[in-house]
Design a protein around this ligand. Structure first.
Ligand SMILES: Nc1nc2c(ncn2[C@@H]2O[C@H](COP(=O)(O)OP(=O)(O)OP(=O)(O)O)[C@@H](O)[C@H]2O)c(=O)[nH]1
Ligand SMILES: [Mg+2]
Length: 308
């Protein structure tokens, strides 16, 4: 059997509880939307993307697809791995069809933000998959940045104060990875929120976000059959400067000079799974309009020569 391509999706739960729910960086929503966009690209590449096991089919349908695409609501916070209702301890396995004469699989692991906030989890058995993954996707929520939140107060629904620190989550994830060398995708999630800054007159942000020539202003991810390395590098530089502007340079430095001493091959990305903020616990009436969701996964697949 060909080697599967595991991909850990890591990120951060914000510590903010609304209706008893921990709000987070968007990992589970991202996976729900990612599978749909993989299927769309698969059609263009003549590759059928489908669940490889009955369990994946059931879990994806019941816990990702149905609540988001049918009930049009938001998803439950992923339960911590030690609780009885956890479902993410088994991976989601999708077939990516046949590529260069071999059947290819994508193995996805969702993680509860709650589990990543606890540095004691560095050595636990059920986190070991990070070290074996081809790619780890680390999600960073721009709505956690105070200046961004303030300027967006009329444009996106108010989020309650957030307490989690993405730097310590990144540190925990890097510690779990240890001296293994997965590709690290650092992803600015909910990018639609930053794009709304375009409408905020007189702020330094409106000029930055209104740049039409910027890679972060377009989404070519479904257009190009081969993975577009040039576009990927351009976006990488743009997102690194954005993180600097978001006063999150320490995130960039933690990736460039990791405390573990093992520098991972890395690339920065910006994605929006939903395209717009939900209203209350319902999706926005404009529906789901993903932006650049495929980029991180295509980059990891490209390192393996799949869908290049
Ligand atoms: N504006 C905007 N909001 C988003 C997007 N994706 C997710 N969200 C919001 O973020 C919330 C949390 O998303 P989840 O995917 O459940 O977050 P998570 O990282 O899986 O959270 P945990 O499982 O608790 O770690 C959602 O309910 C949405 O309100 C997006 O693309 N744009
Ligand atoms: Mg989740």
């Amino acid at each position: 059997m060909p080697l599967p391509t595991p991909l850990g999706v890591a990120g951060l739960a914000d510590h903010v509880h609304r209706n008893g729910r921990c709000r987070a960086t968007g990992k589970t929503v991202y996976i729900a939307v990612l599978v749909k966009t993989l299927q769309l690209l698969g059609e263009r590449l003549n590759c059928v993307v489908e669940p490889a096991t009955a369990e994946t089919e059931m879990v994806y349908r019941e816990l990702y697809e149905k609540p988001l695409y049918e009930e049009r609501g938001i998803l439950e916070s992923t339960p911590a791995a030690h609780t009885s209702n956890q479902y993410q301890r088994e991976p989601l396995i999708f077939s990516l069809g046949t590529w260069k004469g071999r059947r290819q699989y994508l193995v996805l692991r969702d993680v509860a933000g709650e589990d990543l906030e606890n540095p004691n989890n560095v050595h636990v058995q059920h986190m070991r998959f990070f070290a074996q993954a081809d790619g780890v996707v680390f999600m960073f929520d721009p709505l956690k940045v105070e200046s961004v939140r303030q300027q967006l107060h009329d444009l996106v629904p108010v989020q309650e104060r957030v307490g989690g620190d993405p730097r310590s989550v990144l540190r925990t994830v890097l510690s779990i990875i240890g001296d293994s060398t997965p590709n690290l995708a650092v992803v600015l999630s909910k990018f639609d929120a930053l794009q709304s800054l375009h409408h905020v007159e007189g702020s330094g942000w409106s000029e930055v976000m209104a740049q039409r020539g910027a890679a972060f202003s377009r989404d070519p991810s479904l257009q190009y059959a081969p993975y577009n390395e040039v576009d990927g590098r351009l976006l990488h530089e743009e997102v690194r400067s954005l993180l600097d502007k978001l006063e999150a340079k320490s995130m960039v430095m933690a990736v460039d000079q990791p405390h573990t001493g093992t520098v991972l091959k890395n690339r920065f990305f910006a994605v929006s799974a939903l395209g717009e903020s939900p209203v209350g616990d319902r999706l926005h009436h404009n529906g789901i309009s993903p932006f650049r969701c495929l980029d991180p996964v295509r980059w990891v697949l490209a390192q393996r020569g799949v869908w290049v």
